[in-house]
Design a binder for this molecule. Structure first.
Ligand code: ACO
Length: 428
C-alpha cells in the first residue's frame, strides 16, 4: 500500500504515515481519517479544494482534459444517443437498461407524475410574483408531508419509490410553479407523452385548445436534461449528501439541494447569463464589458468552473446544438447567440481568461436554447433542478450502500477569542 509521510515541525520523532487511496481514474487521495483520532491534527480546506468527501461509482470528471462520464459512458455519446430516462436508469442502477428494463422504468416514472391534489393549495399560498425556485424548494420539501409510505430510509424499496416519485414529479411541480406565476390553470401530466414532451406540454398547454409540442423542442429538452443529469460532488449534490447524512427524509434533502443550486455561482448562473447578454445588448459593447470583468466589477457568467480547467464538455455539446436547435425551432439571427459567440471568442484568446483557465460552462449556452424554446428566464434554474434530481437521488442512494458513511461534520480552525472572563451587563 502506498503511503504519504508527514513530519511535524521537522522532527523525525514526530513523523507518521498515512495511506494513499488509488481510484479507478483520477488523482490519488491521502486518507486522513485517522489524523485527528491518532494525531490530534485536522486538515484545513475551505471550499473543499483538495478534499474528497466520499467514494463514488457514478460520475467521473477529468477537469484538465474536459472529460465527463457517467458510469463509464462519455457524456457526448449519452447526449447524442439516449433518452433522458435511459440516462436516469443508468445513473440509478449502474447499467444502461435493456428494452424491457427501459419499458418498465418508463412505465413506473410515467405513473408517478401526478402530484397530490392538495399541493395546489400550497402553490396558491405563494404570492404570484414569487420566483419559481422559491416555490419549488417549498413544494419538493413538502412532499414529505404527502408521501409517508416512502420515508423509511432504511428500507431499500421505499428509497426506490421516493427516487421514482422525485424524478417523476419534478416536471409537474416545475410546470405548476410557472403556471401559477402567469395566472394560468395547472395542466395535469399526460401519460401518452414521453418525459420531455410531457413537461413541455404541462408548461405550454392551456385547457382552451389542443397543444402539440414540436418534436424539435422535445429533442432539445431531452438533450439538455441529459447534460444536466449529474456532475459528481458539486455544491448541491454535496448539500444533498450532507443533509441526508443526518438520515433526514429524501424530499427534505432534495429540497436542500435545490436551495444550494439556486445561487448564481452554481445553477442560478443560467439565468444570470441571459441577464448579462441582455445588459451587453450589442456585439460592439463586448470590449467594454470584458474590461469591466478584468477590473473585477463583475464576473463573466457562464464562464469558469471549479473542476473544469478546459472546455466544459456539456457546453461543447450545447454549443454544437445551439445553431441546429434554433434553426429547427425557427429562430433566425439570434442576437444573444451572436453576442455569446463573440464573447466566447474574445475570452478564449484573452490572457486574463486563458491564464486563469476560464472556459464556458454548461450554463453559457443552455439559456439561449431555453429562451428560443419560449421558456421564461426565471424558470431556467428550475429546469436545472428538474434534470439534476436524478443525480441527487442516485448519489443519495449510493450513500446507503457505503459502509463508511457517517454523519457529515466538518471541523473548524477556531480563530476567535480565547477564554474570557464574563462581566454582567451593568459592568460592560
Ligand atoms: N469571470 C471572471 N473571472 C473569473 C470568473 C468569471 N466567471 N470565474 C473565476 N474568475 C477568476 C477569479 O476572479 C479569480 O481570479 P484571481 O485569481 O485574479 O482572483 C480566478 O478566476 C479563480 O476564481 P475562483 O472564484 O477562485 O474560482 P472557483 O473555482 O472558486 O469558482 C466558479 C468557480 C464559482 C464557477 C466561478 O468560476 C464563477 O463564479 N463563475 C461564474 C458563475 C458561473 O458561471 N457559475 C456556474 C458554474 S457551473 C455550474 O454550477 C453548473
Amino acid at each position: 500500500m502506498s503511503t504519504a509521510r508527514i513530519i511535524i515541525d521537522g522532527d523525525e520523532k514526530n513523523a507518521f504515515e498515512l495511506p494513499i487511496l488509488t481510484p479507478t481514474e483520477g488523482p490519488r487521495a491521502i486518507d486522513v481519517r485517522q489524523l485527528y483520532g491518532k494525531y490530534k491534527l485536522f486538515t484545513h480546506d475551505p471550499g473543499f479544494l483538495s478534499t474528497s468527501s466520499c467514494e463514488s461509482k457514478i460520475t467521473f470528471i477529468d477537469g484538465d482534459k474536459g472529460i465527463l462520464r457517467h458510469r463509464g459512458y462519455d457524456i457526448q455519446d449519452l447526449a447524442e444517443n439516449c433518452t433522458y430516462l435511459e440516462v436516469c436508469y443508468l445513473l440509478l442502477y449502474g447499467e444502461l437498461p435493456d428494452e424491457k428494463q427501459l419499458a418498465d422504468f418508463t412505465h413506473t416514472i410515467t405513473y408517478h407524475t401526478m402530484v397530490h391534489e392538495q399541493l395546489q393549495f400550497l402553490y396558491r399560498g405563494f404570492p404570484r410574483r414569487s420566483h419559481p425556485m422559491a416555490i419549488l424548494v417549498g413544494a419538493v420539501a413538502s412532499l414529505s408531508a404527502f408521501y409517508h409510505d416512502s420515508l423509511d430510509i432504511s428500507d431499500p424499496k421505499q428509497r426506490d419509490i421516493s427516487a421514482h416519485r422525485l424524478i417523476a414529479k419534478m416536471p409537474t411541480l416545475t410546470a405548476m410553479a410557472y403556471k401559477y406565476s402567469v395566472g394560468q390553470p395547472f395542466i395535469y401530466p399526460n401519460n401518452e407523452l414521453d418525459f420531455s414532451e410531457n413537461f413541455l406540454h404541462m408548461l405550454f398547454a392551456t385547457p382552451c385548445e389542443p397543444c402539440k409540442i414540436k418534436p424539435a423542442l422535445a429533442r432539445a429538452m431531452n438533450k439538455i436534461l441529459i447534460l444536466h443529469a449529474d456532475h459528481e460532488q458539486n455544491a448541491s449534490t454535496s448539500t444533498v449528501r450532507l443533509a441526508s447524512s443526518s438520515q433526514a427524509n429524501p424530499f427534505a434533502c432534495i429540497g436542500a439541494g435545490i436551495s444550494s443550486l439556486w445561487g448564481p455561482a452554481h445553477g442560478g448562473a443560467n439565468e444570470e447569463v441571459i441577464k448579462m447578454l441582455e445588459e451587453i445588448g450589442d456585439v460592439s459593447r463586448i470590449p467594454e464589458f470584458i474590461q469591466g470583468v478584468k477590473d473585477k466589477k463583475y464576473r463573466l457568467m457562464g464562464f469558469g468552473h471549479r473542476v473544469y480547467k478546459n472546455y466544459d464538455p456539456r457546453a461543447a455539446v450545447l454549443k454544437g446544438s445551439c445553431d441546429e436547435v434554433l434553426e429547427e425551432i425557427g429562430v433566425k439571427n439570434s442576437k444573444k447567440l451572436a453576442i455569446a459567440k463573440e464573447l466566447e471568442r474574445i475570452a478564449l484568446s484573452d490572457d486574463y481568461f486563458v491564464s486563469r483557465k476560464l472556459f464556458p460552462n454548461v450554463d453559457f449556452y443552455s439559456g439561449i436554447i431555453y429562451e428560443a424554446m419560449g421558456i421564461p428566464t426565471e424558470l431556467f434554474t428550475c429546469l436545472f433542478a428538474m434534470a439534476r434530481t436524478v443525480g441527487w437521488v442516485a448519489q443519495w442512494e449510493e450513500m446507503f450502500s457505503d459502509p463508511d458513511q457517517k454523519i457529515g461534520r466538518p471541523r473548524q480552525l477556531y480563530t476567535g477569542y480565547p477564554a474570557r472572563k464574563f462581566a454582567p451587563v451593568a459592568k460592560r
